[in-house]
Design a protein around this ligand. Structure first.
Ligand SMILES: NC(=O)c1ccc[n+]([C@@H]2O[C@H](COP(=O)([O-])OP(=O)(O)OC[C@H]3O[C@@H](n4cnc5c(N)ncnc54)[C@H](OP(=O)(O)O)[C@@H]3O)[C@@H](O)[C@H]2O)c1
Length: 270
């Protein structure tokens, strides 16, 4: 089965879900019904994810887990041991999806030097699927040529109504790469847009639910997070919201290319 058939489209982001409070929020997400958790080596939440999973009583196979390799682990002989350390933090023997968190800062290291070890890790069964994050079209072209067709299953990028990344998303659709939206609710800023607020009022919902319903309707995955149970529940309920084609088109007009996460060592965005 390919990733498109397997990955629950609404996941729970875990950046900031630290300590016991973090475990409780992740556990609440699992109790509400989320079956996809997103972590990363740099988030310091892998152990919270593992603890919440065990406390939930859910079988390992019921929850889709993503982690990401930190750029600090791209050096010679470091990628696979770092993934083994992630598995140990998570308390599992295989992650569902492993992403390269960012292209090498300032392009300092050739892509093949950190993508090839990830392909080896997949061949060894440490991860079911592999993918990338914060990759541009040019970098995806390069990754597809290093990895071979069909192996890069996912690109996780900043995407919400304020930054819709249409060119990149179209490229991913053409090449069978599932897009996962990070910051899918623009970090709680969507209420600044009167058009979204009006539309939310029409549907008796929130701008955040609108954004998530929009992203799911476009065929993307989305991974909102919150430390508040009511918001965790309300974000999950966005899956019940069906937008009309006219309202999807109206949300498309709200794109402002408003990128929140753009480190100066990052790639030249599309
Ligand atoms: N691949 C990457 O480079 C990358 C980069 C960034 C993030 N991510 C992933 O994406 C996940 C989500 O991104 P994010 O955490 O940056 O942003 P986000 O999910 O768009 O926004 C989270 C923020 O919005 C607030 N919020 C949550 N639900 C809300 C609601 N219904 N109404 C109003 N405000 C709400 C939260 O505050 P409260 O906690 O107070 O509710 C929190 O401050 C992360 O946890 C991480 O897993 C990946």
């Amino acid at each position: 089965m390919n990733l498109q058939e397997v990955m629950p489209r609404l996941g729970f982001g875990t950046y900031g879900r630290w300590k016991e409070e973090g475990v409780e929020a992740i556990l609440a997400a699992l109790e509400i019904g989320y079956r996809h958790l997103d972590t990363a080596q740099t988030y310091d939440t892998e152990s919270q994810v593992g603890t919440a999973l065990r406390r939930s009583g859910l079988a390992r196979g019921e929850v889709f887990l993503t982690t990401k390799i930190s750029t600090e682990n791209y050096g010679e002989g470091k990628v696979v041991p770092s993934l083994e350390a992630s598995l140990s933090n998570l308390g599992i023997d295989q992650v569902d999806l492993t992403l390269l968190h960012w292209p090498s800062p300032n392009g300092a290291q050739p892509l093949a030097t950190y993508l090839e070890p990830l392909l080896d890790a997949q061949d060894r069964g440490l991860t079911r699927y592999i993918g990338v994050s914060n990759f541009t079209i040019a970098l995806l072209d390069e990754a597809r040529s290093v990895a071979g067709e069909g192996r890069i299953a996912n690109n996780q990028v900043e995407l919400n109504p304020f930054i819709q990344n249409k060119k990149l998303a179209n490229y991913c659709a053409e090449h069978g790469i599932l897009v996962t939206c990070y910051q899918p609710i623009a970090h709680g800023r969507l209420g600044e847009d009167p058009v979204l607020v009006d539309m939310a009022n029409r549907y008796s919902t929130t701008p955040e639910q609108l954004a998530l319903a929009f992203e799911l309707a476009k065929g993307y995955a989305a991974i909102p997070t919150s430390g508040k149970v009511e918001r965790i529940r309300s974000n999950f309920a966005a899956q019940q919201l069906n937008l009309t084609p006219e309202d999807i088109s109206l949300i498309e007009t709200r794109d402002r290319n408003l990128r929140a996460i753009a480190p100066d060592w990052g790639p030249d965005w599309d």
